[in-house]
Design a binder for this molecule. Structure first.
Ligand code: NAP
Length: 260
């Protein structure tokens, strides 16, 4: 399938590793020039070099914290008129809501709700004017099936989901789509670090432990980031223009439901 994306420009946030990296790689494989961001320069530059070598597209690495105004401004300066925006940032820490103060909530809202909204605000009118835009927000399966220990994530991401459900329907007539990708367990550093304390306590290798746990899941395995990236590239394709305001769960069937 020709996705029609060759020569388009994308900003992919938080993309030196994991799901963001996979989205950047998949878009680059379709011929999209990508701006990728992350806070750790060495890892980001290494990823940029890998994507360049694998695809031959222009890859611009922008070092910065995307949850800050300066980080967002730097990404937008590198690509002021993107055709594609993939919103992503780290997830908030787990814990008990009794321990979370106002500042904890504000940090979670900044990272997982307000940052994507402000980036969308910066790019959506240009997309409308050019009659093409694809915005994909990386959220979480926890938006559909809340995970008690990550209440900060459940709350902040649901706020984003609610907001974009409305906005998506205000911009789709201009061939600008906004959709969310909801990861279940994917084989990334985030998942490794979540299981880290348990693996350490049991003197086990985190990867082995993750795979062992995944064997008892519905699909018997973790998701691979490349599968996530491919879904993102399809949502960004020219063919996906009638997919509007959707929440696509990629969890190997873990969410048990007849209606998705
Ligand atoms: P990951 O493997 O840890 O990668 C996170 C990436 O984001 C890294 O490139 C990191 O680089 C960058 N990043 C983090 N915070 C940033 C910030 N403030 N500004 C710029 N870049 C930032 O994580 P992942 O598994 O891909 O997860 C991506 C998102 O999906 C997270 O929000 C996570 O909570 C969510 N999620 C993941 C899973 C899963 O199974 N993996 C499941 C549900 C939800 P630097 O640290 O150098 O900035």
């Amino acid at each position: 399938m020709d996705t029609g994306l060759k020569g388009k420009k994308a900003i992919v946030c938080a993309a030196s590793k994991g799901l963001g990296r996979a989205c950047a790689m998949a878009l680059a494989m379709e011929g999209v020039d990508v701006v990728i961001t992350a806070r750790t320069e060495a890892v980001l530059q290494a990823t940029a070099a890998e994507i360049r070598a694998a695809t031959g597209v222009t890859v611009t690495a922008v070092v910065g914290d995307i949850t800050t105004e300066a980080g967002r401004a730097a990404a937008l300066a590198a690509c002021p008129d993107p055709d594609i925006l993939v919103n992503n940032a780290g997830g908030p820490p787990p814990g008990d809501f009794r321990d979370w103060e106002r500042d904890d909530w504000i940090r979670a809202l900044d990272a997982n709700m307000l940052t994507p909204i402000f980036l969308i605000r910066s790019v959506v009118d240009g997309m409308i004017a050019r009659k093409f835009g694809r915005i994909v927000n990386i959220t979480s399966g926890s938006v559909k099936a809340p995970i008690a220990e990550i209440g900060l994530s459940n709350g902040a991401r649901t706020g984003l989901t609610g907001f974009v459900a409305g906005l998506a329907r205000q911009v789709s007539r201009h061939n600008v789509t906004i959709n969310n990708l909801l990861p279940g367990p994917f084989h990334t550093d985030r998942l490794r670090s979540n299981i880290g304390p348990a693996a350490k306590a049991a003197n086990r290798d985190p990867d082995e432990m993750l795979i062992e746990r995944a064997k008892s899941s519905v699909s018997g395995r973790l998701g691979e980031p490349a599968e996530f990236g491919a879904a993102c590239a399809f949502l960004c394709s020219t063919q996906a223009g009638f997919i509007v305001g959707q929440n696509l769960l990629l969890d190997g069937g873990a969410f048990n439901s007849m209606l998705g």
